[in-house]
Design a protein. Structure first.
Length: 224
């Protein structure tokens, strides 16, 4: 498995259930405290997991702050696909241009920008869809170099920029009508059952997913 760059924050999350009592699907997304949410930037569904009614079940995910801007495209079902990408750290900015006599896009070397923000300027001469995401060392072992998209910028016009103040606040919802990498054009109506700044967790954390048969309520709690 590839090793993340030195200083990279890594968070391994495990969600587990045992005889839950009903089949239940959860959705993981970074949709909290985002500037311009549902106006200039849209959250992207990170993970969708379905827990069975009976038996034990476990799902594992990995987050890192190895961030990147990427060229993006919307496919059928409102799913986002990322292409050319460039690593950036909060406080840095890059410029997206189109190579002469080709349709290839490239990002310039990073420059100092606004503290805590990632910024990509569009200088391609065309309107572009862009995304901010992060690299997962567990998927990179399968020779993919695409980041997991977390935020989507639709139709960034030439001469404009996409700016994100990245805050790794993850929310978990009880939702079964969405797919992984789906762009959320509107806020999820239901209330999140769990919310956490991932940088405040330990490197490895396990959560118990439980369903109270009396109240019908589902909860996520740290395993002891």
């Amino acid at each position: 498995m590839p090793t993340p760059p030195p200083g990279t924050i890594v968070r391994n999350l495990t969600f587990q259930s045992n005889d839950l009592g009903r089949e239940t699907t959860i959705l993981l997304v970074f949709d909290a405290d985002v500037e311009g949410l549902y106006d200039t930037v849209y959250p992207v569904v990170w993970k969708v997991f379905t827990f069975p009614k009976t038996g034990s079940c476990k799902f594992e995910v990995t987050y890192t702050n190895d961030l990147a801007f990427a060229e993006a495209d919307i496919e059928d079902g409102n799913l986002v696909q990322t292409f050319a990408n460039f690593k950036l750290k909060p406080g840095q900015q890059t410029t997206l241009t189109m190579e002469d006599d080709s349709d290839n896009l490239s990002f310039s070397p990073p420059l100092d920008g606004t503290n805590g923000h990632l910024k990509a300027e569009n200088r391609t001469g065309l309107t572009q869809d862009l995304a901010v995401g992060f690299f997962n060392p567990k998927t990179q072992q399968f020779f993919t170099t695409k980041p997991d998209p977390a935020l989507f910028f639709k139709e960034v016009e030439d001469g404009n920029d996409a700016t994100a103040q990245w805050k790794p606040v993850l929310r978990v919802y009880l939702e079964s009508d969405y797919q992984e990498t789906e762009v959320l054009v509107d806020a999820i109506v239901s209330t999140a059952i769990w919310e956490q700044d991932l940088h405040r967790l330990f490197r490895n954390t396990t959560f118990n997913f439980e369903h109270d048969t009396l109240t019908g309520r589902c909860t996520l709690t740290k395993a002891k």
